[in-house]
Design a protein around this ligand. Structure first.
Ligand SMILES: N[C@@H](CCC(=O)N[C@@H](CS)C(=O)NCC(=O)O)C(=O)O
Length: 275
């Protein structure tokens, strides 16, 4: 049986989840609560000693890195192909996946860790948090957690990440003004990758990403949100963070982005409760 270790359908975990759903491949879901540090517990370190998610287990094989996992899923299983056959489209899909992973995602991630992960996790006892940080195997993840938990992202780092996010949003809008999907005419892994990264852009960057300023991004996000695989995958989410995806429902244009965004911050009545 295929096993996927993942957190919410969001960022890296959501990529293989959505690719598997699009292919119609069944898998055993192993939900790890990232905010409770499940990914650093010995049972999971026995699967992936780096303590990062997602990880896909297929027979004896343990696969990590969300984008290559999606490519594996597409190639190893039956179901609708998620890579274009045309070489130019395939190149465009890969160009964009590299841009998403190497440039756009780290900036989005830093903001997400500063705005959501840090404030949520900081509600716990600092000594418990310090012990949790000590157990993190990868130095780069230790640093990210320390900065998030002790509010150590510098204003300059955050400003640079915000600048990059706005730059990437403009590049994406210009691209989608010319192409229906990331690769061109064909829905592909590039769209799955971009949706996981950007489904909440209109909420986190409401002045920059909205129907008036970035109509092509909004339409692209809504078209992906309407796919049955996306609906089924996001229904697996357990936190209000991913439930924000309903903002993309065409009938929900009256919702205020700021109010939806506020609702997931710690201390708000609906926000961040474990099921
Ligand atoms: N490049 C990896 C990154 C994996 C990664 O760092 N995932 C984050 C969640 S999005 C994680 O596992 N964080 C756990 C931690 O920092 O403790 C991928 O694309 O799969």
């Amino acid at each position: 049986m295929l096993k996927l270790y993942h957190w919410e359908p969001n960022a890296n975990s959501g990529k293989p989840m959505l690719a598997l759903a699009e292919k119609g491949v069944a898998y055993e879901s192993h939900y790890l609560d990232l905010l409770s540090f499940d990914q650093h517990q010995p049972e999971y370190l026995a699967v992936n000693p780096d303590g990062t998610i997602p990880a896909l287990v297929h027979g004896d094989l343990v696969l990590t890195e969300s984008t290559p996992i999606m490519e594996y899923v597409d190639e190893a299983f039956d179901g609708p192909p998620l890579k274009p056959t045309d070489p130019v489209e395939r190149w465009r899909m890969r160009w964009w996946m590299r841009f998403f992973d190497a440039y756009f995602a780290p900036s989005m991630s830093m903001i997400g860790w500063a705005v959501f992960v840090g404030p949520v996790a900081r509600q716990r006892d600092p000594e418990v948090l310090r012990a949790a940080i000590d157990r993190i195997p990868l130095e780069s993840r230790k640093i990210a957690w320390r900065k998030a938990l002790f509010n150590e992202f510098t204003p300059e780092e955050l400003a640079e990440s915000r600048r990059r996010v706005l730059f990437c949003t403009d590049v994406l809008e210009a691209h989608l003004a010319k192409h229906t999907w990331i690769a061109g005419k064909t829905f592909s892994l590039g769209d799955i990758n971009g949706f996981n990264l950007g489904y909440a852009l209109p909420l986190s960057q409401p002045d920059h990403c909205n129907d008036a300023r970035t109509p092509h991004i909004m339409e692209w996000l809504r078209r992906i949100y309407e796919r049955p695989a996306t609906k089924a995958t996001w229904a697996l989410g357990r936190t209000p963070m991913v439930q924000r995806v309903a903002f993309l429902e065409r009938g929900n244009t009256h919702l205020s982005a700021a109010a939806v965004q506020q609702s997931v911050l710690p201390g708000n009545s609906q926000g961040w409760k474990k099921p």
